[in-house]
Design a protein around this ligand. Structure first.
Ligand code: CA
Length: 234
C-alpha cells in the first residue's frame, strides 16, 4: 500500500541521504533525493509529495527557511532531521509548522514508524477537508448543502442556480484547471443555452460577486486557452 506515497529526503550529505532513501524505498515508499533547496522545489513542483524529511543543517537555504517556504504553500507532512545541538532550532521548527522531528543519529525503525504515522494523519486530515460540505476561501463560506454563499463580512450573497453550480465546481477542485467543458458538466442546462461563451459570462457574474477587483481576479483565475482554476483554496 505504501508504494503510492511519495517521500522527499532533503539532506546534503550524500551518504546519509542515500542510506535513508534506500531504507525508505525498501519499506515500499517512492523516494526522491534532494541535496538542497532547489532540488526540493523541483520535486514539489513535479508532483504530489506526501512527506518531506528535512535536514535542518543545509548549506545555502537552511532547513528552517525551506520549512517556512513549504508552509506558505503546502500542508504536506514535514519531519525535521536535526542534530543533538539543534535544540533551539528544533523548537523553532515545531513553532513554524514542522509536524515532528528526529535527532541524529536516529534509529531507522523509529523514523519509519514516525513517517508512517504522519502520512496516515495527513491523509486523514485531507480526507476530512475534502468531505467538508462547507467550503472556505479568503474569508468567504460556500455552504454546499444549503446552497448559501456568505461574504467575509457575514452577509449572504445571492447566487442564481447556474452561478452556485459553477462556483461549487471550482471551490471543490482548488488548484485544478477546469476546462469550459468540465464546468458545463457541473451546470444544469435547463434555463440557458450552454456553450463556451456562456461559461465565460457566468464566470464574469460570479467574479463580480466574490472578487475584490473583478478586472484583476485572484480567486477564479483564467488559464488562457484552457479554462479556469480556483486559486482561493487552502
Ligand atoms: Ca546536513
Amino acid at each position: 500500500m505504501s508504494a503510492q506515497f511519495h517521500i522527499v529526503v532533503v539532506e546534503d550529505e550524500p551518504v546519509s541521504r542515500m542510506t535513508l532513501a534506500g531504507y525508505l524505498a525498501k519499506a515500499g515508499y517512492r523516494v526522491t533525493e534532494a541535496g538542497d533547496g532547489d532540488a526540493l522545489r523541483a520535486a514539489m513542483a513535479a508532483g504530489a509529495v506526501d512527506l518531506v524529511l528535512l535536514d535542518i543543517n543545509l548549506p545555502g537555504d537552511d532547513g528552517l527557511s525551506l520549512l517556512r517556504e513549504i508552509r506558505r504553500q503546502s500542508e504536506v507532512g514535514v519531519i525535521m532531521v536535526t542534530g543533538v545541538s539543534d535544540e533551539v532550532d528544533r523548537i523553532v521548527a515545531l513553532e513554524m509548522g514542522a509536524d515532528d522531528y528526529v535527532t541524529k543519529p536516529f534509529n531507522t525503525r523509529e523514523l519509519l514508524a514516525r513517517a508512517r504515522n504522519l502520512i496516515r494523519r495527513t491523509e486523514a486530515a485531507r480526507a476530512v477537508r475534502a468531505d467538508d460540505p462547507v467550503k472556505r476561501f479568503a474569508g468567504w463560506e460556500l455552504d454546499l448543502p444549503r446552497r448559501r454563499l456568505t461574504s467575509p463580512a457575514g452577509h449572504e450573497v445571492r447566487l442564481t442556480r447556474g452561478e452556485f453550480e459553477l462556483l461549487a465546481a471550482l471551490v471543490s477542485n482548488p488548484g485544478r484547471v477546469l476546462t469550459r467543458d468540465n464546468l458545463l458538466d457541473h451546470v444544469s442546462h435547463r434555463d440557458w443555452a450552454p456553450n463556451d461563451r456562456s461559461v465565460d459570462v457566468l464566470i464574469g457574474r460570479v467574479r463580480r460577486k466574490i472578487e475584490q477587483d473583478p478586472k484583476l481576479p485572484r480567486l477564479i483565475v483564467t488559464v488562457h486557452g484552457i479554462g479556469y482554476v480556483f486559486a482561493g483554496g487552502g
